[in-house]
Design a protein around this ligand. Structure first.
Ligand code: AMP
Length: 279
């Protein structure tokens, strides 16, 4: 496995990869969720590339950029084990030189949910992913359903800007108790950890009543809110029952929906989601 930092080294190493090339972008502090993307890429592509970069432009001023967990040696060992061929670990100065001034803004699909609560987040994500697509020129890029709106924003951007990349979305990998794996789970301490299962409990409760015939969007939202509010350590930021493609909030009877939520457990902000019905 080759590990490079500079753009010149990356371009040189990329030129030596056999196609098709699969790309797995990450912010590091890897877990089984990230590895599931690398494993899928390994199975589908001749070469697998990954990036590890905590992208400052997708963090708000009061968010956890400086405390975001990092462990590069461990991450590299895990990527090597997963059969990754090339890893880019740039510095912020390489990605955003002093005179950087070009940004990508995805509009409609980035406005709701996470976009509404994290202003500028998807501008940072879309710009970073566009740069990754340009420098790696991957045939396929692998993202997690865990970040459902991010997946929708990247799909939209790739289509709108004619990036010749197939965007592949992989299922959310969970802990045995249902908590979606996330680098931010490292922030959870003591009784916060079991409390954090409340997101999956809320989603599962909504899925169960949907399976039993409930179709009213507001009833599903209400139910998820009640489950979250029943957990003393949880503070609900939003719960949503939205169209899985447009991400517009749904009212009345639904056929299919993206259930999603953001919940604070202490100071840790967690998100999770589930799709109901066929999309
Ligand atoms: P991050 O390092 O948090 O930026 O995540 C990098 C990629 O891994 C993104 O495409 C995420 O959606 C994906 N990812 C993160 N957590 C999970 C998970 N639990 N299951 C599947 N994919 C995940």
């Amino acid at each position: 496995m080759k590990v490079v930092t500079t753009l010149d080294d990356l371009r040189h190493a990329r030129a030596g990869l056999l196609g098709p090339v699969g790309l797995v972008p990450t912010m590091g502090y890897l877990h089984e969720g990230h590895l599931s993307l690398a494993t899928r890429a390994r199975a589908e592509c001749a070469s697998v590339a990954a990036s590890i970069f905590v992208n400052p432009s997708q963090f708000g001023p009061s968010e956890d950029l400086s405390s975001y967990p990092r462990d590069l040696p461990r991450d590299l060992a895990m990527l090597k084990e997963a059969g990754v061929d090339l890893v880019w670990t740039p510095t912020p100065e390489i990605v955003y030189p002093a005179d950087f001034q070009s940004w990508i803004t995805v509009e409609e699909v980035a406005r709701t949910l996470e976009g509404a609560h994290r202003p500028g987040h998807f501008r940072g994500v879309a710009t970073m992913v566009a740069k990754l697509f340009n420098v790696f020129q991957p045939d396929r890029a692998y993202f997690g359903q865990k970040d459902a709106q991010q997946a929708a924003v990247i799909r939209q951007m790739a289509r709108d800007l004619n990036f010749p990349v197939e965007v592949v979305i992989c299922p959310t990998v969970r802990e045995p108790d249902g908590l979606a794996m996330s680098s931010r789970n490292a922030y959870l301490h003591g009784e916060q950890r079991p409390a954090a299962t409340v997101l999956f409990r809320a989603l599962s409760t909504a899925a169960a009543v949907y399976a039993a015939g409930e179709r009213d969007a507001e009833a599903l939202r209400q139910l998820m809110a009640e489950v979250i509010d029943s957990e003393p350590l949880a503070r609900r930021q939003y719960v949503s029952v939205a169209d899985p493609i447009s991400l517009h909030e749904l009212q009345g009877p639904i056929q299919r929906a993206l259930l999603s939520m953001a919940v604070h457990i202490g100071t840790t902000r967690l998100i999770d989601n589930l799709i109901l019905g066929d999309i």
